[in-house]
Design a protein around this ligand. Sequence first.
Ligand SMILES: Cc1cc2nc3c(=O)[nH]c(=O)nc-3n(C[C@H](O)[C@H](O)[C@H](O)COP(=O)(O)O)c2cc1C
Length: 212
Amino acid sequence: MQMQQHSKGLEMGRIAMQSIYNRRSIRKFQGKSVPKDVLEELLNAGRVAPSAKNRQPWKYIVFGGTQKQELLDVMQTGLVREEQGITNLPKSRYGIPDAKNTLKIMQQAPIIIVILNTNAKSPFLPVDNDERIMEICDTLSIGAAVENMLLAAEELGLGTLWIANTCFAYKELVSYLRTEHQLVGAVAVGYPDETPPQRSRKQLEEIVEYRW
Ligand SMILES: Cc1cc2nc3c(=O)[nH]c(=O)nc-3n(C[C@H](O)[C@H](O)[C@H](O)COP(=O)(O)O)c2cc1C
């Protein structure tokens, strides 16, 4: 019995490792919709992620169909405003073409999961030191949840794109969402219509320093 559990554990471990190495950002999606039970497997993977002090500072709003189109129209309005120079992010303007491209990808994906930090407010409001530390921990926790969802999606045969370009339309989007929570970003989900090669990564020697 114990032996069986051990080999099941090893098998699960291998699947997890495969997902870590096989996952890619997907920017082309098939038209096929994602069944709700499959989507919920992915959301559950996010639900069980670790979080600072187990605060679980996340909320997910799942958009599809005409509701998704409304959300993306609102994002488009924000991008146009930024492009016209009425900007909240003056030093990030170089990122607008990329954000417009992200919006096109979001149009293609059948599902957009909007991710909120329920413990944080607008990034355009000042925070004190304690609040900043708390926000860092909560943002890290949300990152863990998003990665869990991305890896679960990989195992379920789904493709995902992690999206932060929502920041350019921050004010329009939170107003549309009618939320006081912080909009952290979004994840586009669908069946992939491309198999991109692995993107470049720094080598271990560049990023690890041993002091032992
Ligand atoms: C926090 C975060 C935000 C991202 N935002 C975007 C985005 O708005 N648009 C986009 O096309 N890709 C976005 N990406 C995807 C990255 O560009 C991608 O992960 C990176 O280039 C490495 O490629 P890979 O995911 O295929 O390994 C984001 C990734 C992360 C982790």
